[in-house]
Design a binder for this molecule. Structure first.
Ligand code: AMP
Ligand code: MG
Length: 397
């Protein structure tokens, strides 16, 4: 038996390289991973500018606790520059985003002033009010985004605010995926007695896509030695990674093991976890290989624990593991010491705290427990049964 943590460490240790960089248009870069530090070539915003529609003044020109009359000498629209200087006794009407004119350091919102013709009456105002400082968003020369950052919409806008329309990202890791088992059939085709429809290839496909991988779907392969060997070799050719489900337990037809012994260097692990004990990891030719258990919950969980961080690392991400949070158990849960258990749970903000309960029956074949849940409840190795009111760790889906 090895622990979840040791398994993760061994896997990540084998994944030294990340996929090569490629240039993509920012419009196609959402959810991709930045492959270089992005330096700001200039300040954003590039000049001090007005945060409101109003009037630009030199604050020294307005005495404290007094009103003052000023001449409105010009109007600056966003996108324009004022060529002159605001002299004592003068003000310039300014629009949001317009650069501050020389001589002015403060802006009155138009709602707080009184204007008659070209005369403006104002009261005192703190120096610098309603001015956005040059570089207050991003300073020239600094790293605006670090390599390994996943590009969400806000990062995309930040990149284009620096004038770039293309960005260097890691190529998506290619993951060849197949299901094994004589009993497993393709959805949309007739099912004979004794057969089941393939669930794993679709939970895994979705999971791979969700974490930024490109799926190469190699379908279902029967428990036939030669077919399996051929399909695995094909998978290793097209994928950076090969992911299979089924065939890694100790059943008579669990051929994945045997065949992999012939064509790759694979370790077979018994991981101290529940569900999902058996796991195969290693290499077939130049591809990383993951043999996940056949039971649908077990395969999806093993993916989350072992394949996802590997895809993340291969894909160049900095952050490999998800956020966790603490919640109060509102249900007793059985837990065996010596292994890490993962209950499918529902966590909700209730009674002024995060409360967690399980989704009900927790068998490793009960995929509806995943569908009903919004989190994993993670119970560590050294922990025993959970009582109502105990604190548990949750990992939101
Ligand atoms: P195995 O590890 O191949 O013995 O499979 C363990 C259990 O998972 C068996 O009940 C299989 O029928 C089931 N199973 C294997 N592959 C799939 C799949 N792709 N979709 C749904 N269930 C599967
Ligand atoms: Mg099988």
């Amino acid at each position: 038996m090895i622990s979840v943590q040791d398994g993760q460490n061994q896997i990540l240790h084998q994944l030294a390289e990340s996929t090569p960089p490629e240039v993509v248009a920012v419009t196609r870069a959402r959810d991709r991973v930045l492959a270089e530090d992005l330096h700001a070539p200039f300040d954003v915003p590039p000049a001090d500018n007005s945060a409101v529609d109003g009037y630009a003044v030199a604050s020294d020109d307005v005495p404290a606790a007094k009103t003052r009359e000023l001449d409105v000498v010009a109007e600056i629209m966003a996108g324009a520059m004022y060529a002159g200087t605001v002299a004592p006794g003068q003000t310039v009407r300014i629009m949001t985003g317009a650069p501050m004119p020389r001589g002015a350091d403060t802006v009155y919102p138009q709602e707080v002033v009184e204007r008659r013709g070209d005369r403006l009456r104002v009261g005192p105002i703190p120096k610098g009010s309603n001015v956005r400082q040059r570089g207050e968003d991003i300073q020239a020369g600094t790293v605006a985004l670090e390599r390994g950052t996943v590009l969400r919409p806000q990062e995309l806008g930040l990149i284009t605010s620096l004038g770039q329309w293309q960005v260097l990202v890691h190529r998506r890791p290619r993951v060849a995926l197949l299901s094994t088992g004589d009993e497993v059939v393709e959805p949309g085709t007739p099912r004979k007695a004794g057969q089941i429809y393939d669930a794993n290839r679709f939970t895994l496909r979705g999971s791979i896509e969700q974490c930024g991988g490109e799926v190469i779907d190699l379908g279902i392969v029967a428990d036939v030695r030669d077919e399996l060997r051929a399909r695995l070799l094909e998978a290793a050719e097209v994928g950076d990674m090969v992911v299979t489900s089924g065939g890694v337990s100790v059943g008579a037809l669990d051929l994945v093991k045997d065949v992999l012994g012939e064509i790759g260097a694979i370790d077979f692990w018994q991981v101290a976890m529940q569900p999902g004990r058996p796991l195969a990891f290693g290499r077939v030719r130049s591809a990383h290989f993951f043999g996940l258990p056949g039971n649908p919950v077990a395969s999806m969980l093993a993916f989350m624990l072992f394949v996802r961080p590997a895809i993340y690392k291969l894909g160049g991400r900095r952050r490999l593991f998800p956020e966790t949070a603490e919640a109060v158990a509102v249900e007793a849960m059985s837990k065996k010491k010596g292994r890490r258990e993962f209950k499918r749970g529902v966590v909700r903000w209730q009674n002024g705290r995060w409360e967690a309960r399980t989704t009900g029956p927790q068998g490793s074949g009960i995929l509806s427990s995943m569908a009903a849940g919004n989190c994993l409840i993670v119970l560590d190795e050294d922990r025993g049964d959970v009582a109502v009111g105990d604190t548990v760790l949750v990992e939101p889906f």
